[in-house]
Design a protein around this ligand. Structure first.
Ligand code: PMP
Length: 374
């Protein structure tokens, strides 16, 4: 039985992407690779909404992207304000502390959005070199209001650099690097971009690059200036990129842009709505007050034990993820992003309904399926 992987990343990869991955390896400094990279970077700019900024694709996971973001713009004793909607927002705090950066954090209860007035007040209290925000926190499913946060930064402290983690957002929801005055945005290949894990995609603004030039970054592999040379001319060498993953990313992005980015966003919204309607019919509570189109986090009804639920569901061929941190054991996370289809999700929804029924939850499966389909 082919399992349906519905964790919020890595997400399933289509056969044509797998085929692209299995092409013969080519030289990482060949003209062929340089041309492939050039095309990928055009797509990356579109994905992030970049006109004035520099795109990068670097071998490594999303966490590398987060580390590149901070190490290239912050130095010892700089102040960072972390806006956290969960486990992945918190990761910026952990990373910054590791680097000896002073950190303040605003973190509401799981599922809530950062209070915008509290953010404004905090930003006025001292000078922050940068603010980090996770566009979609994969632990709670909260979609951050990037535009409103950006407006407050512009009003209160326009010199503060704005860093956005798009790992669970990019491709599944619109991002506007230029309009939202983002200085560094980063994402990973393995979520809405429907590519195997292993690449981080980023963009830096001109002033973020200037900031890099003014500091000594505590990273060698992650030095954005070294990578810039490669991004400008793919025949140049800094460190060997995972060429086959670039084939896969190119194939997947081509597919997304063939569908059209706006249509791809709409598909995510549509699937999110259907899954939530169905789960609400089962009686499940959605954690996020401002939910993302890429994944949903639901709390279990009383009496349902996490390992039993996910174990039984796995036996039926559907894999969902456990909840993290404060929500550990209290619910499950389901991804509805990337290449996943409505047909696959209706099968998953039906199996989820059956599993809850087996665990003693009263479920009207017909109503659940109708809620998904309507
Ligand atoms: N940020 C977010 C929002 C994430 O969801 C993840 C991974 N789940 C990361 C960062 C870290 O990415 P990776 O696991 O690829 O290092």
């Amino acid at each position: 039985m082919k399992e349906l992987l519905l964790i919020p990343g890595p997400t399933p990869v289509s056969d044509d992407v797998l085929y692209a991955l299995s092409q013969p390896v080519i030289s990482h400094t060949s003209v062929e690779f340089a041309n492939l990279l050039k095309e990928i970077l055009v797509y990356v700019k579109e994905l992030f909404g970049v006109k004035n900024g520099f795109p990068f694709v670097i071998t490594g996971s999303g966490t590398l992207g987060m580390e590149i973001a901070l190490t290239n713009i912050l130095k010892d004793n700089d102040n960072l304000l972390v806006l956290s909607h969960g486990y992945f927002g918190d990761r910026f705090e952990e990373l910054a502390k590791h680097l000896g950066i002073e950190v303040n954090k605003i973190k509401p209860n799981p599922g809530e959005h950062v209070d915008l007035e509290l953010f404004r007040k905090t930003l006025k209290e001292k000078h922050y070199t940068a603010v980090t925000l996770t566009h979609v926190d994969t632990s709670t499913g909260v979609l951050a209001d990037v535009e409103s946060i950006s407006k407050i930064i512009q009003e209160v402290s326009p010199e503060t650099l704005f860093v956005v983690d798009g790992v669970c957002a990019t491709g599944g929801v619109k991002e506007e690097f230029d309009n939202w005055k983002i200085d560094v945005i980063l994402t990973g290949s393995q979520k809405a971009l429907a590519t195997p894990p292993g690449l981080t995609l980023l963009a830096f603004s001109e002033r973020a690059i200037e900031k890099r030039k003014s500091i000594k970054p505590r990273t060698y592999y992650g030095d954005i200036l070294k990578w810039m040379v490669v991004m400008e001319d793919g025949t140049k060498y800094f460190a060997t990129p995972s060429v086959n993953l670039f084939f896969a990313l190119h194939q997947s992005l081509k597919g997304i842009f063939d569908i059209g980015l706006e249509n791809y966003f709409k598909k995510h919204e549509d699937l999110a709505r259907r899954v939530r309607n169905a789960m609400s019919e089962i009686g499940l509570t959605l954690v996020a007050k401002r939910p993302a189109p890429t994944l949903s986090v639901f709390l279990y009804p009383d009496g349902v034990e996490d390992k039993t639920f996910r174990g039984k569901l796995k036996e039926k061929g559907v894999i969902v993820a456990n909840t993290l941190a404060e929500l550990y054991g209290k619910g499950f996370r389901i991804g509805h992003m990337g290449s996943v289809t409505k047909d696959e999700l209706i099968v998953a929804v039906s199996k989820i309904a059956e599993t809850f029924e087996e665990l003693g939850v009263k479920v009207n499966k017909g109503n659940v399926l109708n809620a998904f389909l309507s």
